[in-house]
Design a protein around this ligand. Sequence first.
Ligand SMILES: [Ca+2]
Ligand SMILES: [Ca+2]
Length: 237
Amino acid sequence: MSDCCNGGFESLSHQMVVFHDLRCQISDLRCHKLLAVAEALEATSYLPSFILKPSNSHTPNHKTNPKNMKKLILTTLTFCSSLFIAQQASEKGILGDFDGNGTKEYAYTKVSDCNDDCDGKCETTIYFSDKKIKPFVISPAKNGGLFNLGDLNEDGKDEVGFYPGWCTSCWHGFHVYTLSKAGWKPLVPAISTHCSQWEEEKFPIKKDPKKKGYVIITSSQWEDDDIKIKSSSVKVN
Ligand SMILES: [Ca+2]
Ligand SMILES: [Ca+2]
């Protein structure tokens, strides 16, 4: 399986993998890398030699026309950039009643000891504006997307969803946490998701509308040399 993330933009020197593998858009870090290259492209008008090589045919070819290619690169990068901004917005916090006391509070994340290459401990802590609610750590995670999942197990408290950011791979586990008397614990084991699942907007967990006390878990699995997205109903209460 090709990994759309490893190597970042170096893949340009071989093939325009970056375009067929738009799944890369999911990761903000990858977008960072691509944006950096976009700036370099703008500054130097550099394009890989195989793109600049004249075509044998006089017929204009969209795939090998340097101008079109550059436009496509920059369009892709702009889209990546907008996704990154969307993720940043979520870092301001999500509102929910995570301890079930009837008052909504904010949950927000902070990452520590994690450089652009994901070197370091890379611990992301989820904090709450109500300081009576204990923070908890998810590691490794170079920050990530935070979600209020609603009250999935009907105990009066909203569950927290976390989609960790990372520098490599399109496979990331989606975490679902619930506040118990003993503290924060996973409501279900981390849900395996591939970025193609996110592209298709198949969210990993939701209440099962047909079965009380159940959730529908949608995960990505590698089967028969392909990524399969499967859903099943699981009891949580
Ligand atoms: Ca509360
Ligand atoms: Ca709950």
